[in-house]
Design a protein around this ligand. Structure first.
Ligand code: SAM
Ligand code: SF4
Length: 350
């Protein structure tokens, strides 16, 4: 074997699981705190926040990202939370990873509040892409859903991301029946008009209020049908791979192409069989699956002088045990015995 054909990542240390999947898409939650209180995610009064010394430091987050890329074959890194912009050192973390790995994709998922003030430093630090969560363009519905009157700030954040050239700027939207679902088509129109790529996400049972009910779910099929009342939708023929969103080409009634909309039907059209994600919580625990009840602690290793190889080995062991789907090898979200995980979306890192 010549030097150029030697694999840089030994098969043993890929993030492979018992079901034949390999994770190369890393989500690191940097903080559990948030400045919104979206009803599908957080309770009105917030949650007992992690203490500062329980959170990954900037150096620890960079080290984990580096081990992920260099030793375990991670290709995409997304920083999330809670709200990642609440971390003052977000640009330092991005810069730390970018300096070590000029080629890797580094993105954030954010509610967009304050993004307009930070975008230049984040792009300069090496940010590649952003996903901004925006569930409605109706100010009243926004305030009801997030329990904060901040729609203009989110729109300013989106505009700043686009002006900074971070294409495609993606918008994540969760529809809640009777709260914002009536505005789904207007939201799509607004995103198409402004050049943002909207992705509807089915609500998952990861809310702190534990009020998720299968019968209230606004499904991907319902959203497609609502969009079809104003637009003509054509399924994107490109292979989807492990991408959670099914993309649809959106055209006007006159046939003019307006853009694309994605639908992430995580509940009704499961894509677990192709999942390529590995997650680290803000307190340094591996969650092999969003819905897992089991976590593997890496923080203790990081703070106990373990080598990068020890951390990588523990991480790959945790991923080997990744459940088949929805946190289980046997049952799914739609079965009777399904138990919602202890941690909520904001505490896991979506
Ligand atoms: N605060 C940032 C934000 O809202 O974009 C990042 C963290 S948030 C937990 C990440 C994503 O998870 C958001 O797009 C949000 O809409 C989504 N999310 C939160 N709770 C959800 C739920 N119960 N079902 C589906 N998506 C959810
Ligand atoms: Fe905060 Fe994001 Fe959860 Fe909304 S979805 S409460 S913005 S963490």
């Amino acid at each position: 074997m010549t030097a150029s054909t030697v694999p840089t990542v030994p098969t043993m240390l890929r993030l492979t699981d018992r079901w034949g999947r390999t994770a190369d898409d890393l989500r690191i939650s940097l903080i559990d705190k948030c400045n919104l209180r979206c009803t599908y995610c957080m309770p009105a009064e917030g949650l007992p926040w992690l203490k500062k010394d329980e959170l990954l430091t900037a150096d620890e987050a960079v080290r984990l990202a580096d081990i992920g890329v260099r030793v375990l074959g991670v290709k995409d890194i997304r920083f999330t939370g809670g709200e990642p912009l609440v971390r003052k050192d977000l640009a330092d973390i991005i810069r730390g990873v970018r300096t070590l790995h000029p080629e890797v994709s580094i993105s954030i998922t954010t509610n967009g509040i304050g993004l307009d003030k930070r975008i230049d430093e984040l792009v300069e630090a090496g940010l590649t892409r952003v996903n901004v969560s925006l569930d409605t363009v109706d100010r009243e519905a926004f305030t009801a859903l997030t329990r904060r009157d901040r729609l203009p700030q989110v729109m300013a954040g989106l505009k700043a991301a686009k002006d900074a050239g971070l294409e495609p700027v993606k918008v994540n939207a969760v529809m809640m029946r009777g709260v914002n679902d009536h505005g789904a088509v207007d939201l799509a129109q607004w995103c198409l008009d402004h050049g943002y790529q909207l992705r509807f996400i089915e609500q998952m049972p990861l809310d702190a209020d534990r009020s998720w009910a299968r019968e209230n779910l606004v499904s991907g099929a319902e959203i497609r049908s609502a969009l079809s009342e104003r637009f003509v939708l054509r399924e994107d023929p490109a292979p989807r791979g492990s991408a959670p969103a099914q993309l649809w080409e959106v055209c006007g009634r006159d046939g003019a192409r307006l853009g694309t909309v994605g639908i992430i039907a995580s509940v009704t059209e499961s894509f677990c069989a192709a999942c390529s994600r590995t997650r680290i919580t803000a307190d340094g625990k591996i969650r092999s699956c969003l819905f897992s009840n089991e976590e593997t602690d890496l923080m203790g290793l990081l703070r106990g002088n373990a080598s990068d190889e020890d951390v990588a080995l523990e991480w790959s062991r945790a991923m080997w045990g990744k459940p088949r789907a929805y946190g289980s090898d046997e049952i799914t979200l739609n079965d009777e015995g399904y138990v919602q995980p202890e941690r909520t979306m904001s505490a896991i890192g979506g």
